[in-house]
Design a protein around this ligand. Structure first.
Ligand SMILES: [Zn+2]
Ligand SMILES: [Zn+2]
Length: 296
């Protein structure tokens, strides 16, 4: 499994001199499975560059959406494969709001907010909001869902191939003041032993109590979750728009000090555009080899 980050920023795109290192594009992560399936997690502005890469392939594309907030859908009109004649693009989402969410993805291409209407696209766009797991399973993609704690709702996904697992959990508030969809203990159980946990880590203590209830987690809470769930690698994701490269560098340094001597996670990273994580199964011992690189 190869994971490539195309957009790692939360809430709104943040181009500029203080975000060059980690990037300013909003949520979009590409998973390439060993069986050849392409999975795109969320359709934030990072999706534009990924689209250029996928133009060279002809296989179907599987887009899985966490929820419908702007920073998770705005890349779609600029995703080049949607303009490829007959290219098959399957969009998956979940839950009660699934249909509405998919509508927001396509409704933004209404001729007013975007010059081209979604119904005029030459590609084949299929929307699957009921029974996503079984449709994906038939394609050789195994997912397990969990409801997010987030205003308006949303879904976390755990993707597994040949025993290798990656969990995508954004936007999620581990300790919200509103009604919980998933408790902390349920998160620990759901995420236990995953090879890579990609988790919302938008806020620090300085953001509180003002932003309590906005739907995102504290960095300190995410660190604890990674320890409690004994994940292989933690990737902090959905960086706050006001977080500069220097500040994220400091979080990375603090991570290394925090996890030193702990059994898990073995590795931790602050997500950056272009970062790649390759996961492969070691034959002897059976544990997962986690290699970090950067896109060419
Ligand atoms: Zn978001
Ligand atoms: Zn959101």
């Amino acid at each position: 499994m190869l994971i490539t980050f195309y957009g790692v920023r939360g809430s709104t795109p943040t181009p500029g001199p203080t975000t060059v290192k980690y990037g300013g594009n909003t949520s979009c992560v590409h998973l390439e499975l060993d069986n050849g399936q392409d999975i795109v997690l969320d359709a934030g502005t990072g999706m534009r560059l990924l689209g250029r890469k996928l133009l060279t392939k002809h296989s179907p594309i599987n887009i899985i959406l966490s929820h419908g907030h702007w920073d998770h859908i705005q890349g779609y009109p600029f995703f080049a494969p949607i303009f490829q004649p007959d290219r098959q693009i399957d969009v998956f989402t979940s839950g009660e709001s699934g249909k509405k969410l998919l509508c927001s993805l396509f409704d933004q291409m209404d001729g007013n907010n975007f010059p081209i209407k979604s119904e005029d696209l030459p590609s084949h766009n299929t929307c699957i909001y009921k029974g996503a797991e079984s449709v994906l399973y038939e394609k050789g993609i195994k997912i397990v869902k969990k409801p997010l704690n987030h205003p308006g709702g949303g879904t976390a996904y755990k993707i597994e191939e040949d025993g290798i697992t990656c969990a995508y959990v954004t936007d999620n508030e581990l300790d919200p003041p509103y009604k919980l969809q998933t408790t902390y203990d349920e998160w620990v159980k759901y995420l236990h032993g995953v090879d890579v946990l990609i988790h919302d880590a938008q806020y620090d203590e300085n953001d509180m109590p003002h932003k309590h209830g906005w739907g995102h987690s504290l960095i300190s809470q995410v660190r604890q979750l990674a320890i409690d769930a004994e994940v292989g690698a933690l990737v902090m994701f959905h960086h706050d728009p006001d977080r500069s490269d220097g500040e994220i560098d400091e979080i990375q340094i603090e991570n290394e000090a925090h996890f030193k001597g702990k059994r898990a996670p073995a590795k931790s990273f602050c997500a950056a555009e272009g970062m790649q994580i390759k996961l492969s199964r070691r034959i002897a011992g059976g544990d997962t080899l986690i290699e970090i690189g950067k896109v060419d």
